[in-house]
Design a protein around this ligand. Sequence first.
Ligand code: AMP
Length: 214
Amino acid sequence: MSITIALSKGRIYEETLPLLAAAGITVAEDPEKSRKLIFPTNQPDVRVVLVRASDVPVYVQYGGADLGVSGLDSLIEHGGQGLYQPLDLQIAKCRVSVAVRAGFDYEAAVQQGARLKVATKYTTIAREFFAQKGVHVDMVKLYGSMELAPLTGMADAIVDLVSTGNTLKANDLVEVERIMDISSRLVVNQASLKLKQAPLRHIIDSFARAIAQD
Ligand code: AMP
């Protein structure tokens, strides 16, 4: 019974490696140095596929992968349909925040009943957040470089992932509200969990033990 694990490049991949090692799985080749998308592991029946962060829940939902590691941000935007979410892996931690240009009067702009132009990749998270505040939002969906939107006058505010805050600072933007804390979750295809119960349980339990030791 072969197992496919979906990961995304960068922090999620790097911080998942020790968890995989705890389950006895090592990836044979360094994906950062390769254009390949499928990577064999030391275990003949386990492979890793690398996809965009926002596609990890999609691959796992439709069975393109049996399990994956997804940021809570991507998971919320996806909706979580068809996914079993057994573990908060406590990795790739960051936050989703609202940021505006330095000098922009955010307090005045988010009065009850006001209208705010928001640029973001995280439209579900942003919509819900501003709806709760009673602020009407004109949403501009972007796929990257959100920081540019307020600087070009395309939006009043952005909703984006923030880790150190250096990217905001470098672009003269100010974090004005923290919407939620983010970490990565283990997601498992619900049908796979029934059909491949023993090998998947072994991985889930190994990950859980590794997290508990930290
Ligand atoms: P920073 O400058 O450390 O605040 O990082 C902000 C930039 O890194 C933004 O472009 C974010 O979209 C991205 N980023 C921060 N944390 C994460 C994460 N955990 N996963 C993916 N992207 C992130």
